[in-house]
Design a binder for this molecule. Structure first.
Ligand code: NDP
Ligand code: OXD
Length: 316
């Protein structure tokens, strides 16, 4: 049997989690840490990475496959000297489930006026607020990939009317879907907009004043809500803030930002009806990441094709 190829790990995740997950991962393989400056990476064939050091590709010139520590790969595609080798993105039930939990939580929080009730609680105010039911609101999901489609299914379980938009049209039972050309029609029906798009040249800045202006006004909850867990580069934060101030948007839940961490000076922190989480909608489970990567390495060495390979032309 041929020798199992060497793996280098360069994950900017919590060190302890990575150490624990590595304790029983990649059986029979040499595993090196890029963080160890003295490590000789010259024979490494696989890299498992999240925001790796820019010198990685110089130190590991024989890499054959890159395994992303997350579903999004914009950070890899932007790296200088990126070798022309397959990039496998992370797709796993744990990641998908965590994202859908976050999306449903945000949609329900706005439906049930959680920010307003928390404000009332701080002021010791006992006042019931009127509210619509989930079925009275249309949630429009932009990005119907692995994460978008699972979120759609779970939002439907909660009773929302759900519609979806993606580059190519999708057929999803009980869900009205739109392709790229149907964006305006999709927006005009949307009360709660959910962004689950990858960051590409086409999606950079897509969530802007023009787009917010096309969302449905006067739906069951009054003003539209913007929820984004895709990438911060897809939102024009100035426009989000302006739309919240001038009433084009009635609220927002943001997990991703143009600059992360979000600057302490950002007005978003203290805006009413804005929920902020620190790029934590769906963190990668490191054990699951290693399990996935290891299984793919074994399959690849047995001559099987890699799965979830990034298309460098579309950028995701
Ligand atoms: P997928 O690649 O499975 O899906 C991407 C979806 O976006 C597809 O439906 C695709 O359309 C659509 N899309 C891409 N470009 C365009 C475009 N220009 N116009 C219209 N639709 C477009 O990705 P995932 O669902 O796995 O992940 C989505 C993103 O979520 C990741 O790229 C990452 O940025 C983000 N993410 C954020 C996390 C967090 O914690 N905040 C955690 C994990 C991921 P089509 O189907 O036609 O190809
Ligand atoms: C991802 C992320 O892309 O966590 O997986 O942002």
């Amino acid at each position: 049997m041929s020798e199992k190829k060497t793996v280098v790990i360069d994950l900017k995740f919590a060190r302890r989690e990575v150490d624990e997950a590595l304790s029983d991962a990649f059986a029979g393989r040499t595993v090196l840490r890029a963080a160890d400056a003295a490590a000789d990476l010259s024979d490494a064939r696989y890299a498992v990475i999240w925001k790796p050091d820019p010198t990685l590709f110089e130190r590991a010139p024989k890499l054959e496959v890159l395994f992303s520590g997350g579903a999004g790969v914009d950070y890899i595609l932007a790296m200088p000297n990126l070798p022309d080798i397959p990039i496998v993105r992370f797709v796993d039930e744990s990641l998908t489930t965590r994202m859908s939990e976050w999306v449903v939580l945000q949609a329900l929080s706005h439906l049930r006026q959680v920010p307003a009730y928390l404000n009332q609680q701080r002021e010791r105010v006992w006042r019931e607020l009127s509210q619509p039911e989930a079925k009275d609101l249309t949630v429009g999901v932009m990005g119907l990939g692995v994460l978008g489609q699972d979120s759609v299914a779970k939002l439907k379980i909660m009773g929302f009317n759900v519609i979806g938009w993606s580059r190519s049209k999708k057929l999803i039972d009980g869900v009205e879907t739109f392709d790229e050309s149907g964006l305006d029609e999709f927006l005009a029906k949307t009360d709660i907009l959910v962004g689950l798009l990858p960051l590409t040249p086409q999606t950079r800045g897509i969530f802007n004043a023009d787009l917010f202006g096309k969302l449905r006004q006067g739906g069951a909850s009054g003003k539209p809500i913007f929820i984004n867990a895709g990438r911060g580069g897809s939102q024009v934060e100035e426009d989000v803030i302006a739309a919240l101030k001038n009433g084009v948007l009635g609220g927002a839940s943001l997990d991703v930002f143009e600059q992360e961490p979000l600057a302490e000076t950002s007005p978003l922190w203290s805006m009413e009806n804005v929920i902020i989480t620190p790029h934590a909608a769906s963190a990668s489970d490191v054990r699951a990441l290693f399990r996935n990567a290891e299984a793919q390495m074994n399959d690849y060495e047995a001559g099987q094709p890699l799965r979830h390979v990034v298309n460098r032309t579309t950028g995701y």
